[in-house]
Design a binder for this molecule. Structure first.
Ligand code: APR
Ligand code: PHB
Length: 392
């Protein structure tokens, strides 16, 4: 097989890149190791920055997002038993975020790709990347008992944190930065009405909690839990009881419980790979970086990587210019590190860290008091939460 860009991974990064390249007339094949249903079955994030919304519109896929997505102009911080609204819209001169599940975005992208009859290989095994330090990179994989080869101009590593692309880079050519947090997030999805109009981030003596949503009838909740916890040990009743203990009176009274549609525990990690380009292979999305979910940046960083990468490929094929691909890594990393900082800061502010002792606890409370009482501090939170501008 021959294509211009071989994309590894059919998550949001790979699918969005494939759609943008297709619209620009650039041939691409996506190779995904899971089935399409498996990819769609993953429950992930749900907050879109304007940069992501604009990119989905640019890909021509914004119709359902705008019809079903919920525009939010604020979030609430709950600590010491009180809720404080951060007016995202007011502090950023009118910017908002949109609540639209990653699963729905992935569905839109998958359906558009199938409708355009673009080549996507699902359930591929033994995926491997070759000769990406030459001008003739290759991808091989097994499917239905046969080994297949794709000759291409470029490889886009959109294969997530556990993918093969980053793992195929020679050790001396890559630097990895990592911080693992001493707790996980126990998430629950339910067809119950959200407990509040906007998201509630709670810092409580029992630990962090997040009240999020997917629609007016579907809610997503998270609890900070020890890394040693197993999801099997958490019944729905135990989850709802613990969540209630971490809410204020009003939210507790409004909470509607119900059977979980999905329940899982995810670890929290900050991770960045430098650089993101290795000859003719480029890392985008979780393949190159991971953020703790507190700041809702994972999907949005994948989108900004794809914005830079699709622009670079279009520049190469239309203008035979290598400026975009030469500057890809530097442009992405500038934005990635700012999002990593914000996600680390917000995680450090909102979670319980017993190892920091009483002094650490008092500092956390002082920072929260300062944050909600200072327009400057609230503006800093707001402009990072809605997403920093994407620089050319
Ligand atoms: N070969 C082919 N595909 C692979 C391989 C491989 N060796 N390894 C992983 N994949 C696939 C995975 O099955 C997955 O479908 O690559 C895809 C990577 O998708 P994501 O992990 O969703 O990463 P990305 O597209 O960058 O999206 C980032 O997803 O994980 C969330 O929180 C994250 O919201 C963020 C978003
Ligand atoms: C979610 O709805 O899954 C979500 C929302 C906000 C976050 C993290 C996750 O900060």
């Amino acid at each position: 097989m021959r294509t211009q860009v071989a994309i590894i991974g059919a998550g949001p990064a790979g699918l969005l890149l494939g759609q943008l390249l297709h619209k620009a007339g650039i041939d691409n094949i996506i190779v995904e190791r899971q089935s399409g249903d498996y990819v769609l079955g993953r429950i992930r994030a749900g907050i879109l920055e304007q940069v992501t919304i604009d990119l989905v519109d640019e890909a021509g896929l914004g119709q359902r997002m705008h019809a079903e997505g919920l525009v939010h102009g604020g979030i609430e911080l709950l600590f010491k038993g009180e809720r404080h609204r951060i007016d995202l819209n007011g502090f950023t001169g009118g910017k908002n975020v949109m609540v639209y599940g990653q699963t729905e975005l992935t569905r839109d992208l998958m359906e558009a790709r199938a409708a355009a009859d673009l080549q996507t290989v699902y359930s591929a095994s033994q995926v491997a990347v070759h000769d990406f330090d030459s001008s003739q990179p290759r991808v091989t994989f097994e499917k239905d008992g046969q080994v297949h080869e794709i000759r291409c101009d470029f490889i886009a590593g959109c294969d997530g944190f556990h993918g093969v692309c980053r793992a195929s880079v020679p050790e001396g050519a890559i630097t990895e930065y990592e911080k693992v947090y001493p707790f996980g997030w126990l998430g629950l999805l339910s067809d119950t009405p959200p407990v509040s109009e906007e998201l509630i981030y709670a810092n409580t003596p029992r630990g962090f909690a997040l009240c999020s949503q997917r629609s007016l009838t579907r809610s997503r909740y998270y609890l900070q839990v020890p890394l040693t916890d197993k999801v099997e040990a958490w019944s729905d009743d135990a989850f709802w009881a613990e969540l209630s203990l971490r809410l204020d009176d009003e939210a507790r009274e409004r909470l509607v419980t119900g059977p979980s549609l999905e329940k899982s525990i995810a670890p929290l990690r900050s991770f960045v790979t430098e650089p993101l380009r290795f000859g003719r292979m480029f890392l985008a999305g979780d393949a190159g970086h991971i953020v703790p979910p507190t700041g809702a940046k994972g999907l949005n960083l994948a989108a900004s990587d794809v914005k830079y990468l699709s622009t670079a490929f279009i520049e190469f094929y239309r203008e035979r210019s290598e400026a975009g691909i030469d500057h890809y890594s530097q442009r992405c990393l500038s934005r990635i590190w700012k999002a990593e900082r914000f996600s680390w800061w917000f995680t450090s502010l909102m979670h319980r860290f017993p190892e920091t002792g009483e002094f650490g606890q008092k500092i956390q409370e002082a920072e929260l008091d300062y944050l909600v009482g200072s327009a400057a501090a609230s503006t800093a939170l707001a402009e990072n939460y809605v997403g920093l501008p994407i620089k050319a």
